[in-house]
Design a protein around this ligand. Sequence first.
Ligand SMILES: *[C@@H]1O[C@H](CO)[C@@H](O)[C@H](O)[C@H]1NC(C)=O
Ligand SMILES: *[C@@H]1O[C@H](CO)[C@@H](O)[C@H](O)[C@H]1NC(C)=O
Ligand SMILES: *[C@@H]1O[C@H](CO)[C@@H](O)[C@H](O)[C@H]1NC(C)=O
Ligand SMILES: *[C@@H]1O[C@H](CO)[C@@H](O)[C@H](O)[C@H]1NC(C)=O
Ligand SMILES: *[C@@H]1O[C@H](CO)[C@@H](O)[C@H](O)[C@H]1NC(C)=O
Ligand SMILES: [Ca+2]
Length: 512
Amino acid sequence: MLYLVAFLLHCLPLAMGHYDICKSWVTTDDGPSWEFYACQPKAMRMKDYVTVKVDPPGITCGDPPERFCTHENPYLCSDECDASTPDLAHPPKLMFDKEDEGLVTYWQSVTWSRYPEPLLANITLSWNKSIELTDDIVVTFEYGRPTIMMLEKSLDNGRTWHPYQYYADDCMEAFGMPARRVRDLSTTSANRIICTEEYSRWVGSKKEKNVRLEVRDRFAIFAGQDFRNMDNLYTRLESAKGLKDFFTVTDLRMRLLRPALGGTYVQRENLYKYFYAVSNIEVTGRCKCNLHANLCSFKEGTLQCECEHNTTGQDCGKCKKNFRTRSWRAGSYLPLPNGSPNAYCECYGHSNRCSYIDFLNVVTCVSCKHNTRGQHCQHCRLGFYRNGSAELDDENVCIECNCNQIGSLHDRCNETGYCECREGAAGPKCDDCLPNYYWRQGCFSNVCDEQLLICQNGGTCYQNQRCICPAGYQGILCEQSKCDSDTKACNSASRTYLSLTTFLIGALILQL
Ligand SMILES: *[C@@H]1O[C@H](CO)[C@@H](O)[C@H](O)[C@H]1NC(C)=O
Ligand SMILES: *[C@@H]1O[C@H](CO)[C@@H](O)[C@H](O)[C@H]1NC(C)=O
Ligand SMILES: *[C@@H]1O[C@H](CO)[C@@H](O)[C@H](O)[C@H]1NC(C)=O
Ligand SMILES: *[C@@H]1O[C@H](CO)[C@@H](O)[C@H](O)[C@H]1NC(C)=O
Ligand SMILES: *[C@@H]1O[C@H](CO)[C@@H](O)[C@H](O)[C@H]1NC(C)=O
Ligand SMILES: [Ca+2]
């Protein structure tokens, strides 16, 4: 039997096949690197991780001890429920245990001794984690299935509840709804909430014990009865609004509204045969990890996706720190067959928008802000450099190079902010000159200075740009005597000089 169940689980269409790895190390022309894929954890037996609550308090039988009988044997009311005796107790945990072969264990309610007040019980299952159902929910009732019940679900850890399916032997009378069957639903109504009469009519308590929420039949609407067309199912799960959510729950609640009646009216003289008894609740599903994890582990009492693709959170529903951005996206089953990981949630907070380039199957950040650029806004724009003390998602991550326009070759700089200088220029921003150069709209080689290029013959160096030579000398460093080269010119030059001086002094005196 166990073997058979394991085998069946293995054959579940959604439990196998692709989407089972998140990344692999591949070798490309550019060398080895990671390649990323849409991925999801395996389907599991979710009853192993559930917390159960049964309401109202005191609804579990045996405290005080009480007798009951069955519809098949209504006059032999010698069975006993006693919470203080392990063999006779029926606590809620027996809905989730592994039963030894042949020994059925079950939770049981008190009997309907307060009739005509309704016998109501809620069984609430909580995972504290989003679960995606992959197979039917199967609830097994001993001693007959309820004549009225409903299944509710929550998607937000029990804050809000929504009907999931109604069950009654007469749907119109119990809920004012027409009876339907999942098999009769169509592609456009696949996530309709229905009332079904299939699991509530009396057929004998041994013959049919199960009440189902038919997940498989709903999948089959898209995948076909033989589940050959899984591609269509995956496509629909991505594209049909609300369909994925229909199969997603964090909590389930069974509201038991009227017990099995044994096919007749309620017999007031024997209320010991009316009660609820549930031996098993099978919930098969997988952790919802938004296609960003292929493992889900049970830590500190809670299921937790082991997120890849730089995502984090219980459901891998957001980007890791340093990859924070509003452009997080769930992975997708599409395009078939491998889906897309949408791993690039990483615009580092510099862009709110990603654009998906269909034929390349890549996502690119659009209009990177804060002077960033690149597919994931991971680089600095030209003219900016990386701020070493800022994280990649910091607004100050890129610093302007600020190269001196005249001293530098262009306005780009290296990773430490150094600009590329023209000849003679120096300093990180190229706004200084090398030794032996002077600044004048750029750096020019010194003509004269105090160390190497000394003005000679008493000449003085004017702003490194030229020597002011005394009379009788010339040349760049005043190294040349005018008299040396041409005595005539030398004499006439000094005469001219003298007469000019005399003239100027005379002019001054006249003015005074
Ligand atoms: C069962 O839960 C519903 C809400 O889902 C609540 O209205 C109702 O009172 C509960 N019944 C019992 C018996 O606790
Ligand atoms: C539910 O899960 C969250 C996140 O893992 C955890 O912090 C919290 O303690 C859990 N709550 C309960 C009641 O287990
Ligand atoms: C995630 O971040 C790490 C560095 O922290 C990087 O090596 C990796 O390529 C990133 N991308 C994905 C999709 O994991
Ligand atoms: C570099 O980043 C740090 C951290 O955000 C910031 O305090 C600093 O001002 C930045 N440096 C510059 C030059 O912008
Ligand atoms: C940037 O340039 C400066 C000056 O040339 C040099 O000292 C520094 O090492 C360079 N930094 C990098 C990261 O290349
Ligand atoms: Ca059991």
